[in-house]
Design a protein around this ligand. Sequence first.
Ligand code: DSN
Length: 418
Amino acid sequence: MVKSNSINTQSDLSVTDPEIYSAVSKELRRQKEHIELIASENYCSAAVREATGSVLTDKYAEGYPGKRWYGGCEYVDIVEKIAIERTCKLFGAQYANVQPHSGSQANMAVMMSCLPTGAKILGMSLAHGGHLTHGHNRNFSGNLYQVVSYGVNKQTKMIDYDEVKSIAEKEKPDMIIAGASAYSRQIDFKKFRDIADATGAYLLVDMAHIAGLIAAGLHPDPVPYADFIASTTHKTLRGPRSGFILARPEYGNRIDSTVFPGIQGGPLMHIIAAKAVAMKEAMGEDFIIYQKQVIKNAQVMADHFNENGVPIVSGGTDNHLMLLDFSELNITGKQATEWLAEANITVNKNAIPFDERGPAEASGIRIGTPSITSRGMGQEDVLRIAEWIVEILSSRQPAKTAKALRNEVLALCQKYPL
Ligand code: DSN
């Protein structure tokens, strides 16, 4: 018999907390019945999810394997050591810290490990595809540091490395950040390294979006060039929602002490276990096949948009995402997001480089293929999705057209169950 003061570990969420159970169930149904095109999302495996729901959530383990502030860490030590070893092996790195709770915390730990307050950072501007943590004025990075930004070339909409170099020569930043959240072209990390060397800056690569492509050898590798690499684990890498850091080994101690006790307390050991599982999955042949299909699917969609009056920023994609450019169309990103939602197609509005609209309306949407590819969709399926999107965006009555297409979307979702 369960004593009244003991926790029932067998409890069913639907019984213990029907309100939360109901919201979780509805989210599962939403995921099953919608085509997910948010470029930063993915579906992790059942094994990754099992680890995130494991008893490791109960364990405090401040410190690092073998050097904890709490007793009883013998099993979580095994988990964290495996996670570190696998992360290093997967990316060919010599040092990894798997404790950051997110990509933002990973970036914060890197910057705070080597930059004094007031140092200067040079990152890609958010308006051109960068990230909040690369120097936005409402983020810690923009508050703690002096910020200078680079963007994309007005004609090509690609990073202009000569321009990055001339900004770096003029501004002499202490750190250059390479990496983006809405940029569809390969990033040349060697060129960034050369610029950092010529100007005496650290090079931080934020590979959050493309970590899975890099792990599969389908995007140039930042490891030989970067001083530090920060990443999330849940985008193309298809792990749990979290982050990690790679660095040259000489920076390891500084990073470790900045993550804990510098900016975080107890690590989330259940999530670290799930990261270890995801790294193992990413070492398999299937993972490479998956990532190839992610890129192929993105290129099929981009070609269809380009050929049917909805241009892609920079003309195409080399990775898992693309930005649709509405600057010459009479629609906004906000409208498109709402219309597509009527067809159970989920995207996010996104500013495009040199956008004349504000970010709340935006002149584009960002589309990514990691999630639909995880469902098993191939080129024919994604072409159909691109056709639906064009049909909706070019309709005189977009919301009505979208609603009329919803049953076809549902049928495709049913064909590829989660
Ligand atoms: N919010 C993520 C994205 O959507 O790209 C970046 O952190």
